[in-house]
Design a protein around this ligand. Structure first.
Ligand code: SF4
Length: 759
């Protein structure tokens, strides 16, 4: 695209799932400045340290600028031909399940859509999974079990309207800092607002907490089933809501009563008095939001944790109301966008289900595809195990670094090294994964590519290019579409622009969707490039026809003009879609199947949230309680007596391929560390700032000891970011066992049996 360097470009931060809007500008001397977008509804101008340092991380140092085969520079034709011919030959000789894509929450929705379409509809396998599996797969399954759909019911404004916020397994202050800022600001205005933090560590988030429950690893199921039992015992249920809008309450309450208060205290490591204080506070506070993140999801009981939390909100009718609801906060900027287009191995595009024959048929007809995957594919951990044992013979990794970020990282590296064919699309030339690639495909980076992302509150925002693409780098969707064409699927992959991909994605969301599916952006079916370019952030489901897509005057058009309030973009889009004969759904029927205004659609409403009057996406329209019993997840043993917990720090992102470029960001925490409780440090003979060897059954790392009473005794915390490129022997994922939640397939990165010793 043509870059207009004279104006600020509205785009979106590429880091966490808050999805903050940023304004980026390139000065005449080439200097890039980035500031928060005061009009973006996620952040209203705020940025955290990572977002405000974006301009420091976009130099070309280390970039992969040209296609390479076995380290030799080549041209796009030769590289793409080799990828296409190798995949085609492998499929012909061994079947479609002998190939796989491993993709990323760093991809834009358009990239994800094209990759998913190729794998599921044209190759005919569902072997496409994503690093989002490591992030929020348990929430996806938990939502689907309870609601019949993968729906986050609330909006960020609910955090400001709540009287009680329960943060579970979430260091919001460091991992979703702008949401933390929003809560802190709301609390200043309403000091009566209460915050409870449930986390084994006393993280910085505890600074705004009225109560910190230093829970034992994986004690959350016991904690929240206990809460449900308490609500039942103390007349704190919303029986009208339960009767009108849910099923299965009796069984869930029976299962939740398995432990008495002493049993819950034993399972959670909390005192009975702490439990009762938390339970009574929750019972007494109608406006409560439970925010949960990786401490819930990254667990072998992650799905049950999610449903134990949702059960409590259903039992009190605290869902779909201002300031109330269970709220999954995603890790990556586009974890949600990947879910929307079927980026997970067990989903189809537009939130349709791979196990559902009607859904498969619908997607196949919409795509005019020769086939469609008939069964779920391999989830991330299974996928690399299949690479290791030779079932996967051709692998394409896009925009992620699994050699450092997957559990059992050494085994993953060995598998990739031994795989007969590995293609990697990346922006960098030398990540630990790229160096094992037979074919390296240079991808466009943030600031160079165009597309959309969806944040944790279902808000779709544009990422826009403001920099010229360097060397021969190309957008990921383009690279995949070129391979698809070379595999003989040219007609279905003839998109010329990301707008074309988005228009098709929107049309699929509405195709034969009579309100039976939650994800609907059909109003954008057939959107043209100009309208797409101007798209302002909006939450799904997309607004009804005639409803402004954004509050009047909130859309800055090219040249800085403001949109006329009388402009009706929906009508305009629909007209263009019809002219282009794209398969759009009947716009007028967009929400017709939803009785009683079950969804408060319309971005003009400041409180777009789901399930306001029940009306869930289950066959009978009622939410499902899931009966859950706590099952001990103990892994420690005599040899490995500590619980290793991994996570993020404030100023770094994933494997530091971007944030590692900024000296400012590296000042906060300059090296990897192991956070150890003083009693454990004394027991293992480790002093503060000593070098500690942290080991598990999988491997070992060497880290600086940080002895602090903020850590729970019996646990050790290690950040996930540092790789051997930044600090020798610091890849913490080499310690993490490939244990997963049996339902979601999400790895248990928070509860690894480990030991520490002085090096
Ligand atoms: Fe970016 Fe997340 Fe920080 Fe917002 S809170 S600026 S999205 S890293």
């Amino acid at each position: 695209m043509k870059i207009d360097e004279a104006r600020e470009v509205r785009t979106t931060c590429p880091y966490c799932g808050v999805g903050c809007g940023v304004l980026a500008k390139v000065a005449a001397n080439g200097e890039v400045t980035v500031r928060g977008d005061p009009e973006h509804p996620a952040n209203f101008g705020r940025l955290c340290s990572k977002g405000s340092a974006l301009a420091e991380t976009i130099d070309l140092d280390g970039r992969l600028l040209y296609p390479e085969i076995h380290g030799r520079r080549t041209d796009w034709d030769e590289a793409l031909d080799l990828v296409a011919s190798t995949f085609s030959r492998t499929i012909a000789e061994h079947g479609p399940d002998a190939v796989a894509f491993y993709v990323s929450g760093q991809l834009l929705t358009e990239d994800y859509y094209v990759a998913n379409k190729l794998m599921k509809g044209f190759i005919g396998s569902a072997n496409i999974d994503t690093n989002s599996r490591l992030c929020m797969a348990s929430s996806v399954v938990g939502h689907r079990r309870a609601f019949g759909s993968d729906t986050v019911p609330g909006s960020y404004e609910d955090l400001e309207l709540a009287d009680l916020i329960v943060l579970v397994g979430s260091n919001l202050a460091w991992c979703h800092p702008v949401l933390y800022q929003r809560i802190a600001a709301a609390r200043e205005k309403r000091p009566e607002m209460k915050v409870v933090l449930i986390d084994p560590r006393r993280t910085m988030t505890a600074d705004i907490a009225d109560m910190h429950l230093a829970i034992a690893a994986d004690g959350d199921v016991a904690l929240f089933t206990g809460l449900l039992a308490y609500l039942g015992q103390h007349n704190a249920l919303d029986r009208n809501y339960i009767t009108a809008h849910t099923t299965g309450f009796g069984q869930a309450l029976f299962a939740a009563s398995a432990l008495d208060i002493a049993g819950i205290a034993a399972a959670t490591g909390l005192g009975e008095d702490e439990l009762v204080r938390f339970y009574s506070l929750f019972a007494a506070t109608a406006n409560s939001v439970t925010v949960y993140s990786q401490g819930v999801n990254q667990s072998s009981s992650g799905t049950d944790k999610v449903n134990a939390i949702i059960n409590c909100h259903l039992a009190t009718g605290r869902i779909g109301k201002p300031g109330a609801g269970p709220f999954s906060v995603t890790g990556q900027p586009n974890a949600m966008g990947g879910r929307e287009v079927g980026g997970l191995a067990n989903m189809l595009a537009a939130h349709m289900e791979i196990e559902n024959p009607e859904h498969r048929d619908r997607v196949q007809r919409f795509w005019s595809a020769p086939t469609v995957a008939e069964k779920p594919g391999l989830k991330a951990v299974e996928m690399f195990q299949a690479v290791a044992d030779g079932r996967i013979k051709a692998l394409w990794i896009m925009a992620t670094n699994p050699v450092d970020s997957m559990p059992d990282a050494d085994a993953v590296e060995a598998a990739i090294k031994a795989c007969p064919f590995v293609a990697v699309s990346d922006v960098l030339a030398k990540t630990d994964t790229v160096r094992h690639a037979h074919v390296r495909l240079p991808a466009a980076a943030w600031g160079e590519k165009d597309g959309s992302v969806t944040n944790s509150e279902r808000r779709i925002s544009r990422q826009r290019a403001f920099l010229a693409t360097p060397g021969e780098a190309r957008a990921d969707w383009w690279i995949v579409a070129e391979v698809a064409r070379r595999m003989g699927f040219g007609e279905a992959f003839s998109h010329a622009l990301p707008a074309d991909v988005f228009a098709e994605h929107a049309a699929l969301s509405a195709f034969e969707n009579d309100g039976a599916r939650d994800f609907d952006i059909g109003a954008y079916a057939g959107v043209d490039a100009e309208t797409y370019e101007e798209l302002a952030p909006f939450q799904w489901p997309a607004p009804s026809p005639g409803t402004p897509l954004w509050p009047a005057g909130h859309l800055p058009l090219k040249g800085g003009d403001r949109m006329s309030p009388s402009f009706s973009p929906i009508a305009d889009v629909a007209e263009k879609a019809l002219q282009r004969k794209l398969p759009i759904s009947p716009l007028e029927g967009e929400m017709a199947g939803r009785p009683e205004g079950g969804v408060q659609a319309g971005h003009s409403s400041p409180s777009t949230r789901f399930f306001a009057n029940g009306n869930f996406y289950t066959p009978n329209g009622k939410a499902r309680f899931i009966p859950i019993r706590p099952v001990p997840q103990t892994r420690t043993n005599e040899k490995f007596p500590l619980v290793l917990n991994t996570g993020r720090v404030r100023d770094h992102w994933h494997t530091m391929t971007r944030t590692g470029k900024s000296p400012r960001l590296s000042q906060h925490l300059a090296e990897p560390f192991a956070e150890i409780h003083p009693a454990d440090a004394q027991h293992f003979g480790i002093g503060d700032a000593d070098i500690a060897r942290v080991s598990s059954a999988q491997g070992e790392v060497l880290l600086r000891a940080l002895v602090t009473a903020r850590q729970r005794q019996g646990s050790v915390f290690v950040p996930m970011h540092w790789t051997d490129q930044f600090s020798a022997r610091a890849r913490v994922d080499a310690l993490v066992a490939p244990i997963t939640d049996p339902i979601s397939g999400q790895p248990a990165s928070k509860n690894v049996a480990a030991r520490v010793e002085r090096f």
